[in-house]
Write a protein that binds this ligand. Sequence first.
Ligand code: NAD
Ligand code: DAU
Length: 369
Amino acid sequence: MKKILVTGGAGFIGSNFARMLLGRRGARHVVVLDKLTYAGNLENISDLEGRTDFEFIKGDICNVKLLDGILPGTDVIYNFAAETHVDRSIMEAGGFVKTDVVGTYALLQGALKHGVRRFVQISTDEVYGSIARGRFRETDPLLPNSPYSASKAGAEMLVRSFFRTYGLPVVITRSSNNYGPYQHPEKFIPLFVTNAIEGKPLPLYGDGRNVRDWIYVEDNCRAIAIAGEKGVAGEVYNIGAGDEKPNLEIARKIVGLAGADMNLLTLVDDRPGHDRRYAVDTEKIRALGWRKKTDFDEGMRKTVEWYRNNEGWWKAVKEGRFKRYYKRMYGGRLESAAKAGSGAPRASRSGSGAGSAKAAVRAARKGRK
Ligand code: NAD
Ligand code: DAU
């Protein structure tokens, strides 16, 4: 019987992935190991609870003893477990180094010790840093710019070394920005969707023109499974949908889909070290037979609908400690933006003119709801 370990499976992508493994991909035995940090949520996998082919274990990937108990008989590890939010890594990086680097090392050691046949490391396109034009290929150098992406790059280096030194059959995926059901509302799209529904300001960093390539989470999960099943050991696979959008365009779309007011759009002080643009070349994963199935407009409609239909889920997450986080992250910025006048950033470190950014937001605000 094939036993598959999904670490971080109570988080956003990991929960969608575990569901897909047990559904369309017909896995026989899936174990989710998750520490249930602020980002982990048992509700994300409540539909899997009670199945005989599914097991949930609460625990830390850094816990070597625990891993020694879980890993015997495991065929494949998909390592999703990580601290994942760039903004939090700027506030406090230690937890990122611990989980993303040291945790990955503990898992690699365990995989080697217990004869795991495949180790799939879920990495990110952020390890390349920012690109002004063109797309990153898997062979490009890693130039991470945030403590988060640096930790993920560090993890990748260890994964690579375990292949080169010990012959552990590893595969690394580097995906672009995911969106879809169960994403924690601290991230851009769910934060803006839920704030729009609640009639709260939508805090756009800098000039709102940073570009991300958005992929619907189910498309990424399918690509990860294909890389895990068909990928060549020791290889890296970029994953992206080619749906590159500036943040302001997405914010406007969300306001429209949520039927909210464009006046909610608010330019705030930028994220330090904010990467301007991510874009990846996906020829390699497509050569394994992967194609995206969900285009951006459809994915966004489904996502906004999911958050509308699951208000209980995100309202519970946005209580308590999230409120403290939100105040710390946005309180001062939103106050400054209010003082400076609608849609005006106090300062933009992104480079392009704050004046034209302000004009773009004003133009959006003047449009219909
Ligand atoms: P998430 O923050 O929603 O979930 C992370 C999960 O890991 C949580 O359930 C958390 O409880 C768990 N976790 C954290 N520390 C742990 C530890 N020490 N031991 C066990 N479990 C722990 O993250 P996500 O957005 O689902 O991202 C999953 C993976 O995909 C991460 O490795 C991330 O770097 C990568 N990734 C994410 C995106 C994206 O757009 N979200 C894009 C590319 C790559
Ligand atoms: O590229 C893949 C990465 O995508 C993953 O590795 C990370 O785990 C994931 O969090 C994501 O990182 P980003 O920093 O790109 O995602 P985030 O949702 O935080 O921000 C997306 C863009 O929106 C980015 O340009 C910053 C901007 N933003 C974000 C927030 C939270 C805002 O303008 N306002 C906000 O309030």
